[in-house]
Design a protein around this ligand. Structure first.
Ligand code: ATR
Length: 290
């Protein structure tokens, strides 16, 4: 880490719980690599203290914050300006403080899009099958919807998938479908899908032996993205690799989303390799239960 000076800019992440966050090692590695006089800290902020925390951001001149559970939605009411993704999603994960004016951004969707592109996969005209309709799925759907050839959203609670599909159709005027996440629906939709995204928590520690996709439904010409990064290689990722599919891990989405926040705060292009190394290093040091 760079030496702290009288001009050091403070960034951080707020959430509850927060102690297992990977953001401090990832962001500090990037600041340090580019010799930026910035530091990144984790702040444990309980729901009842959120308003005070944001006041503190203004009062102390904290330059940037990442926002995680449980504040992503509630934080919006304390911001001066939000981007179009935040408006659609109703949640923000990044705040930039410009002379006391707080702007909110959501970098989950652009992070997923960049993870896809930078790993050599294209989205234009591709058929996408998205599993899940929670916060992360919504962000991915919003950023993929415009460019993808088609988008099918399947969720355990089917109404959530239908509501999301309707909202996207209204926004983009496309035929996006939402339905129930049954094994037969996954199998059927995978037959002609080009890109599969798991945006559910299935496969995350401790359910490491679970996957919503049977191995025999996977195929070589498929791109498989998993938002789960703990374990780094999920059962779905292992099965996809065995089937000869291209795999983009949750670590890629995590670092590209962090990179997008970094670029908002610093205006510099993020050192992805350095950030990836810091994330993987932290994940391997903390074991698979963090
Ligand atoms: P996040 O912010 O990480 O997206 P979330 O908003 O709680 O978290 O969403 C979790 C997603 O994982 C949801 O799509 C959830 O499905 P439901 O909306 O039906 O609850 C999905 N999910 C979690 N456990 C699941 C399981 N065992 N099988 C299928 N889907 C599951």
């Amino acid at each position: 880490m760079m030496a702290i000076s009288g001009k050091t800019r403070v960034c951080g992440v707020i959430g509850d719980p927060i102690e297992h966050t990977l953001s401090p090692p990832i962001q500090n590695a990037a600041f340090s690599h580019l010799k930026l006089d910035f530091v990144f800290l984790a702040f444990h902020v309980k729901a009842a203290d959120l308003e005070n925390a944001i006041r503190g951001m203004r009062g102390l001149g904290i330059h940037g914050l990442n926002v995680t559970m449980p504040h992503k939605s509630t934080v919006i009411s304390y911001l001066d300006k939000v981007d179009s993704a935040v408006k659609f999603l109703g949640s923000a994960n990044t705040i930039l403080n410009r002379d006391g004016k707080l702007s909110g951004f959501s970098t989950d969707g652009v992070g997923a899009l960049k993870a896809l592109r930078e790993n050599g996969a294209e989205l234009a005209e591709k058929k996408v099958l998205l599993l899940g309709a929670g916060g992360a799925a919504k962000a991915i759907a919003f950023s993929f919807a415009q460019e993808a050839g088609s988008l099918c959203i399947l969720n355990r609670v089917p109404e959530k998938a239908a509501v999301l599909a309707d909202a996207l159709n209204r926004m983009f005027g496309k035929k996006i479908v939402g339905g129930a996440l049954s094994p037969s629906a996954v199998q059927k939709n995978l037959r002609d899908a080009d890109i599969l995204v798991n945006a559910t928590s299935v496969g995350m520690h401790p359910t490491v032996n679970q996957s919503l996709v049977a191995p025999q439904w996977l195929k070589p010409n498929l791109v498989v993205m998993d938002i789960v990064y703990n374990p780094v290689e999920t059962k779905l990722a292992k099965d996809a690799k065995t089937a000869g599919a291209k795999v983009i891990s949750g670590v890629e989405m995590l670092i590209y989303q962090g990179a997008a926040s970094f670029e908002i705060w610093t205006g510099r292009s993020a050192p992805i390799g350095v950030m990836r190394k810091a994330a993987l290093n932290k994940l391997s040091n903390t074991g698979e239960n963090k």
